[in-house]
Write a protein that binds this ligand. Structure first.
Ligand code: UDP
Length: 313
């Protein structure tokens, strides 16, 4: 039998981190889940708490990280990621992207562990190239409200590559495009939880701007499969993980109204500053090097997510 592998997931009680912890435990890993619960929740990992191969540590990764024993893999998922958070908690976002990534890389170096950075399509900013390939350098406003997240993640990619080149840490960079599914916070503020919450409450769906801006929405199970495959691969260049089927914001609202059987109206609100007009991943690299592509159509994923929200989450 292969020896048991031990992984650290920072942000492990968050939306994506908690799905990843469950997958790793199911794959036979021993998992250390670290979170400061700023946007994560113990509810997300409640089903893992009795599991002997699962350990939760309450810790903020912007302070020095101490872990007893060996580690084979570090998945750095800690960071608030909703645009609503960019205005609410900008400085913690900058700190976790910069100092949190520095501390997590230092830990990976000390433990001789493989390191995977959860990066983002936000590194492309409001893209001038469509769809976005990994070679595109992006169009980011460094001093805008979104800049706190975009620049923190761009810095996180830079320092990851510096540790790779300078200290020979075995690194992976995953650029995550809009992802949704069960365990998203009801008050997360992003498009899909907002629309589902509003549809189920019979309140108007808040469309920012005219709703013609596009996003490509991926179900969380596909993202987790991509994460797992990327960590097992030899690919050290950034890899886009997202669903290339592109919808306008209004299309997503219509889909959610249809699925939830809601009679809610739509109401327009001002478009936030620097809101990207178009976003769609080119996933040729993920297909080629990971043999990965998303399997869940948006409708099916949204049905499952609406059921989860309707069941009280
Ligand atoms: N959006 C919206 N209504 C909402 C929340 C978001 O119309 O209640 C829009 C937002 O302006 C953006 C898109 O939906 O164009 C996706 O926003 P989200 O907050 O999910 O994340 P983003 O992709 O902008 O990081």
């Amino acid at each position: 039998m292969a020896p048991e592998r031990r992984a650290l997931v920072t942000g492990g009680a968050g939306f994506l981190g908690s799905h990843l912890c469950k997958r790793l435990v199911a794959e036979g890993y021993s998992v250390v889940c670290m979170d400061n619960l700023r946007t994560g929740s113990l509810d997300n990992i409640a089903s893992l708490r009795g599991e002997p191969r699962f350990e939760y540590i309450d810790h903020d990764v912007t302070t020095y990280i101490r872990i007893a024993g060996g580690l084979d893999e570090v998945y750095h998922f800690a960071s608030p990621a909703s645009p609503a958070d960019f205005e609410r908690i900008p400085i913690p976002i900058l700190k976790v992207g910069a100092i949190g990534t520095y501390n997590s890389l230092g830990l990976a170096l000390a433990k001789n562990a493989r390191f995977l950075l959860a990066s983002t399509s936000e590194v492309y900013g409001d893209p001038l190239v469509h769809p976005q390939k990994e070679e595109y350098w992006g169009n980011v406003n460094p001093i805008g409200t979104r800049g706190v997240y975009d620049e923190a993640k761009r810095y996180a990619e830079s320092i990851t590559m510096a540790y790779h080149r300078h200290h020979h840490v075995d690194t992976r960079i995953m650029r995550i495009f809009n992802t949704f599914g069960p365990s998203m916070r009801h008050d997360d503020g992003r498009m899909i939880p907002n629309f589902i919450g509003q549809a189920l409450a019979g309140k108007p769906l808040t469309i920012y701007g005219d709703g013609s801006q596009t996003r490509s929405v991926q179900f969380v199970d596909d993202l987790i499969e991509g994460t797992y495959r990327l960590m097992q691969s030899d690919e050290t260049r950034p890899v886009n993980i997202g669903n290339p089927v592109e919808y306008s914001v209004r299309d997503v609202a219509e889909l959610i109204l249809g699925i939830s059987g809601s009679e809610s109206e739509m109401t327009e609100k001002p478009l936030p500053d620097d809101d990207p007009k178009q976003r769609c991943p080119d996933i040729s690299r993920a297909k080629e090097v990971l043999g990965w592509e998303p399997k869940t159509p948006a409708r099916k994923g949204l049905e499952e997510t609406v059921r989860w929200f309707a069941g009280g989450g």
